[in-house]
Design a protein around this ligand. Structure first.
Ligand code: MRU
Length: 371
């Protein structure tokens, strides 16, 4: 995607040919700054601190983290230890384990002296695949937006309204995004899209990141507080919901940023189609029930305060609750499959159930015991 007219991916190898450059997402939308990762620890810290975030980008960063570890030591022990350290950074997005399992499977069979270059090739391939996957999701989602626009236009509307939660745009992936890929494609095709952006408390990925991305692309959008989405739907102001996912089970339950579930409930109550954009690596074929997905619980300070810029441009964190107040900060929730209109994957759109997902991914579904 473009930033100030320049094409960017969220992660790339630096000009030195080995360090890894990522966009520091903690500073957006106020500052666009690249962070340089030079070690396994840097990669793990970047994921843990949310310098990088979003399930697909977490996976890509982990793949490069393995390469950085192997620069120092390419032994079996080092490979396993790197996978363990990176795998322990964040618990919910399955793309992390998927990327690490793939790296260990590919690299573990090679002699140590061939592992380093293979690790960089593997990470680069994973990134290219992510871009292609998300672009394909964009095409399938675009068909939904086209159809919605045709209906709305025939009824006299001047735009099609899409609601999204958190950031599942290009910043959360290597490029394109998942939930926003169809929006970017619709905009490029000339469909007048407008996006309602849930601010996504407590870290405000919607207000900070999704609004920034859409602004860079010139796509009309409006930030709303998370609790406004039901009201907008009641008033007929939302035509479609598109969200991403950190982990979707084989039965179609969807873990995504906290607040996704109430949005899906409001969508169901108001007859608004609720689509989840799911790249194949975000499907956990080993889990059927979404309640078995580990949910990350983050620091209570994220709830008890807010961060932003002051008039002089400096950043500040301010407390919004009384001193001593307790807070609970689950970072994700689970939307049951029954509330999901469809799963938009790179292979097409599936009903959120085991049978239809298996139709799209027969090679994965057969691996599950009991199928
Ligand atoms: O905590 P985050 O910012 O990493 O959470 C990100 C999300 O919940 C995204 O919606 C999800 O990873 C899908 S990204 C394509």
């Amino acid at each position: 995607m473009q930033v100030g007219g320049v094409s960017w991916r969220t992660i790339r190898v630096g000009a030195d040919g080995w360090s890894v450059e990522v966009i520091d997402q903690r500073l957006l939308p106020h500052r666009f700054q690249v962070a340089r990762l030079v070690s396994l620890q840097d990669a793990a810290d970047a994921i843990r601190s949310m310098t990088v975030r979003g399930a697909p980008l977490i996976g890509a960063t982990a793949a490069y983290g393995v390469a950085l570890a192997l620069r120092v030591d390419a032994s079996d022990e080092s490979l396993v230890e790197a996978a363990e350290i990176l795998g322990a950074t964040r618990p919910t997005a399955i793309n992390l384990a998927w990327a690490l399992d793939a790296a260990v499977a590919v690299l573990g069979t090679l002699p140590p002296d061939e592992r380093l270059s293979a690790a960089y090739r593997h990470a680069a391939g994973l990134c290219d695949d992510d871009v292609a996957t998300n672009s394909a999701i964009g095409e399938h989602g675009l068909a939904l937006i086209r159809a919605a626009w045709r209906r709305r236009h025939a009824a006299g509307a001047t735009r099609v309204n899409i609601l999204t939660h958190c950031n599942a745009g290009w910043l959360a992936t290597v490029d394109w995004g998942t939930a926003l890929a169809p929006v970017y494609k619709a905009h490029a095709e000339g469909i007048p899209v407008h996006v309602w952006v849930d601010e996504t408390r407590p870290r405000n990925q919607g207000a900070a990141l999704t609004a920034w991305e859409l602004g860079q692309a010139g796509i009309p959008h409006t930030v709303v507080v998370d609790s406004a989405s039901g009201h907008l739907m009641q008033r007929g102001l939302v035509d479609l919901c598109f969200v991403g996912t950190d982990r979707t089970t084989s039965d179609g339950d969807v873990a995504n940023k906290i607040g996704t579930y109430p949005t899906a409930l409001a969508a169901r109550d108001n007859g608004v189609p609720f689509y989840v954009c799911v790249p194949g690596p975000s499907i956990d074929w080993s889990l059927a029930n979404g309640q078995d997905i580990p949910i990350e619980v983050r620091a209570d300070s994220e709830v008890l305060g807010v961060e932003g810029v002051l008039a002089d441009g400096s950043t500040a964190r301010v407390r919004i609750a009384p001193t001593g107040t307790m807070a609970l900060n689950p970072a994700f929730d689970v939307t049951p499959a029954r509330l999901v209109t469809g799963l938009v994957t790179e292979r097409g759109i599936a009903v959120a159930d085991r049978r239809d997902l298996a139709r799209l991914y027969p090679e994965m579904a057969t691996e599950r015991a009991g199928d």
